[in-house]
Design a protein around this ligand. Structure first.
Ligand SMILES: C[S@@+](CC[C@H](N)C(=O)[O-])C[C@H]1O[C@@H](n2cnc3c(N)ncnc32)[C@H](O)[C@@H]1O
Length: 297
């Protein structure tokens, strides 16, 4: 049953924790409104078959809420925080499970203290910009995705593929001395050397009835959801990840649920989902996208 009473508290209390455990046992889809850091410890080990997620990027978005990840003073603090989150995620993932991690890069700010308003993308205006990390110069690409990938490798994750999400409709950047970037990374990572992976699957998107196989470059247009969240990934980007790495009825977790794209695709593909999101406004937006079969804690 859909329960739309939202607990605006960022901490998770014991009654929410008990409800979470009981819903997991009943194999229900769940959205938790809380700080991910407070939730992960309550989720039993080996609970989910797959993780599909896009964490907040460093210093380029403001989700307008305390405790948000992405506003750390230094790149090392940011990477450490995400590494802790994904270490817990590894515990929660089944031994034969897979994680798909979408993360974008960013340039050093040259110690500019703010980012101007961007008419095309409201969430890009920032009242602060992180300082240029030690050892880097102004105008340098920081290499955030690879820093995180290497940190996760150190913690035991298997880095299985660096996928390039090519965005054929990316808006040109206003730069004159380098190519305009039109891609992001999606890292495929596993918990073990052997894991569940279905090489060929039947997709709802593209040609009806056509079997699909993933390549390391995935061409998917960025699509606006029409909702006031500017960093949601397109459904057609993540559908192949979900279809290839879990079966009907399995759990997919998104620790940074946003407006619930993972939930939307899971409901289409008959998977269960467990999403955690700090900002309750985004959970309301997720529900407005027609999520039907979930409980909200
Ligand atoms: C890149 S967006 C994810 C968008 C999502 N993939 C979608 O399609 O809607 C990252 C999300 O992480 C959330 N977030 C930031 N810090 C968080 C935290 N500490 N705990 C839980 N969620 C957090 C933000 O509010 C934001 O919605």
């Amino acid at each position: 049953m859909l329960d739309i009473s939202i607990n605006g508290d960022v901490k998770i209390n014991s009654s929410v924790m008990l409800q979470l455990l009981s819903l997991l046992k009943e194999n229900k889809s769940i959205i938790v409104n809380a700080d991910i850091v407070n939730v992960l410890g309550c989720i039993p080990s080996e609970s989910v078959q797959c993780i599909v997620t896009s964490p907040p990027y460093w210093g380029i978005r403001d989700y307008c809420i305390d405790c948000q990840i992405g506003h750390e003073d230094t790149i090392d603090e940011y990477i450490d925080k995400l590494t802790e989150v994904f270490l817990q995620c590894k515990r929660i993932l089944k031994t034969n499970g897979v994680m798909w991690l979408n993360i974008g890069d960013v340039y050093t700010s040259g110690n500019r203290g703010y980012r101007c308003n961007d008419k095309k993308n409201g969430a890009r205006a920032m009242s602060f910009r992180p300082k240029t990390p030690d050892g880097l110069k102004r105008k340098e690409l920081i290499g955030v995705p690879w820093r995180l990938a290497f940190a996760l490798q150190k913690e035991g994750w298997y880095l299985r593929c660096d996928m390039i999400w090519n965005k054929p409709n990316a808006l040109p950047e206003s730069v004159k001395d380098r190519p305009s970037r039109s891609h992001e990374y999606v890292f495929m990572m596993s918990k073990s050397e052997k894991y569940y992976y279905n090489k060929v699957f039947l997709s709802e998107y593209g040609i009806a009835g056509a079997m699909k196989k993933l390549n390391s470059v995935i061409n998917v247009k960025n699509k606006r959801s029409g909702l006031r969240h500017y960093a949601a990934f397109p459904e057609s980007l993540i559908e192949p990840f979900i279809l290839s790495s879990c079966k009907a009825g399995d759990y997919v977790m998104d620790p940074f649920f946003g407006i619930g794209t993972v939930g939307v695709v899971c409901e289409k593909c008959d998977r269960r989902y467990l999403g955690v999101e700090l900002n309750h406004e985004y959970i309301k937006m997720a529900l407005s996208r027609g999520l039907r079969s979930c409980d909200v804690l």
